[in-house]
Write a protein that binds this ligand. Structure first.
Ligand code: MG
Length: 444
């Protein structure tokens, strides 16, 4: 400890007094299309993720952690607004030719933190609108931005568009991106610089990686390194990135004053559309979800259920694994409360403050419900261990409502509706009422 203190002093870390009175720092590392089963600590047999495994060891790892949606844009909407994407007015993906994006009357997490003196930066994939410029991160609470304004596949031949894929620095397109193999390293360098230059101000760093969204690629030092092919290399690069960022926080003596969160925006992209099978993309360039059913773009568990890791030494006890429900929707209220910031009181939030659970002050999650949306359609609700799913199949045929006990049957293999009719009926009523409240579509 003594040695650490000396090191901290030498690297210009905060005095104890300043650290005690200022709000905590927040770092959100957000992978794209990484599956529930892609990390060693979530059971992957060959991909090695020692940094994220250690991060989980040093904090709390959730096994029922949900992204707000099972595709890219609405998932980010939920994380940054604390509201279901339908409620926030952006339930579908945006693209290179989209004008507008997440409605400008939505208040984003960095805007909520700003009054508490935060330096804020977004690095990576934005995907909440970029035309006109009012939709870019620097108009929405982030002091600075470096990254791609939408998905890395939104270029020919995968997507028909005349827009070049460009790297933005704040509000300016600075470079057309061809080779994507160094994106993870580039974002990591920028993140380290941002953390090093943060001085005594609290900071919020939001780092939505481009990877492992197709088309995947990895820097030279990662290629061929994993036993799981190129996809494994890409995940191991993200693990390296997390390790670099955690080391930078530690070097600055900010470990005890920084909450770091790792999650993914949705599950793996299985059953690729034909348009994606070009330019070297392979069907197996995608992740895994262990025994969960479904994948990206579905309301089966493999769609929205993702890794969720929280680390904040001194506040979140190490070596915790929680089967309680939590969601990226909970980040806005959790981080706002931890920062001493105030949420706007003119709107409804769909998140809960997780700190009492993270601190061990309560054993159960404040979240007892999660709703599963596909675009504007509400297809399911989970309450406790029960999940009601009322959806259409891939051929758009209406299915009968089904009821799964996720604690016993996380693979959603056994429909238990007929023997638990009271629970099923009650959840169906709840589903309909919530759809009505949000003016969402619902299966009829
Ligand atoms: Mg995604």
């Amino acid at each position: 400890m003594l040695r650490r203190s000396f090191l901290s002093a030498a690297t210009g870390a905060l005095t104890a007094r300043a650290a005690a009175t200022r709000p905590p720092n927040f770092v959100v590392l957000f992978a794209d299309d990484m599956g529930y089963g892609d990390l060693s600590c979530y059971g992957h047999p060959t991909i090695r993720t020692p940094n994220l495994d250690r991060m989980a060891e040093e904090g709390m790892r959730f096994t029922s952690f949900y992204a707000a949606a099972s595709v890219c844009t609405p998932s980010r909407v939920g994380l940054l607004t604390g509201r279901y994407p339908v409620r926030a007015g952006q339930p579908n993906n945006t693209g290179p030719d989209t004008v507008g994006g997440l409605p400008l009357n939505e208040t984003l997490l960095p805007q909520i933190l700003k009054p508490r003196g935060y330096r804020t930066m977004a690095i990576g994939k934005w995907h909440l609108g970029y035309k006109p410029q009012e939709y870019l991160p620097t108009s929405r609470g982030f002091d600075h931005y470096l990254g791609l304004p939408y998905s890395n596949d939104m270029i020919p031949p995968f997507v028909k568009t005349n827009q070049p894929l460009e790297m933005y620095r704040d509000k300016t397109a600075v470079e057309t991106i061809g080779d994507q193999s160094n994106l993870t390293e580039r974002y990591t360098d920028e993140a380290k610089r941002f953390i090093r230059e943060s001085g005594d101000d609290p900071f919020f760093l939001y780092l939505p990686y481009a990877m492992p969204h197709l088309p995947i690629s990895a820097g030279e030092r990662f290629r061929g390194r994993s036993r799981a092919g190129l996809y494994g290399d890409v995940i191991e690069a993200i693990d390296w990135s997390a390790g670099e960022i955690l080391a930078t926080i530690k070097d600055r003596g900010l470990d005890g004053n920084t909450m770091v969160i790792f999650a993914s925006d949705n599950g793996p992209w299985h059953d690729l559309p034909d348009r994606m099978l070009a330019k070297g993309n392979q069907p197996w360039h995608t992740g895994s979800k262990n025994l969960l059913r479904g994948a990206k773009g579905t309301t089966w568990e493999g769609g929205p259920r993702v890794p969720g890791i929280f680390r904040w030494p001194g506040h979140v006890a190490p070596r915790q694994v929680s089967a309680e429900m939590a969601s990226t929707l909970d980040l806005v209220p959790t981080l706002a409360r931890a920062a001493g910031a105030t949420l706007p009181n003119d709107r409804t939030y769909d998140g809960f403050d997780l700190m009492p659970l993270l601190r061990g002050e309560r054993a159960s999650s404040p979240r007892n419900e999660f709703f599963y949306f596909l675009g504007k359609r509400l297809e399911g609700v989970r309450e406790g261990s029960w999940k009601l799913r009322f959806a259409r199949d891939s051929a758009s045929r209406q299915l009968e409502p089904q009821l799964f006990d996720l604690d016993m049957d996380p693979a959603e293999r056994y429909d238990r509706y007929s023997e638990n009719r009271e629970t099923g009926d009650r959840l169906l009523v709840r589903l309909r009422a919530f759809a009505q409240e949000l003016r969402a579509d619902i299966a009829q």
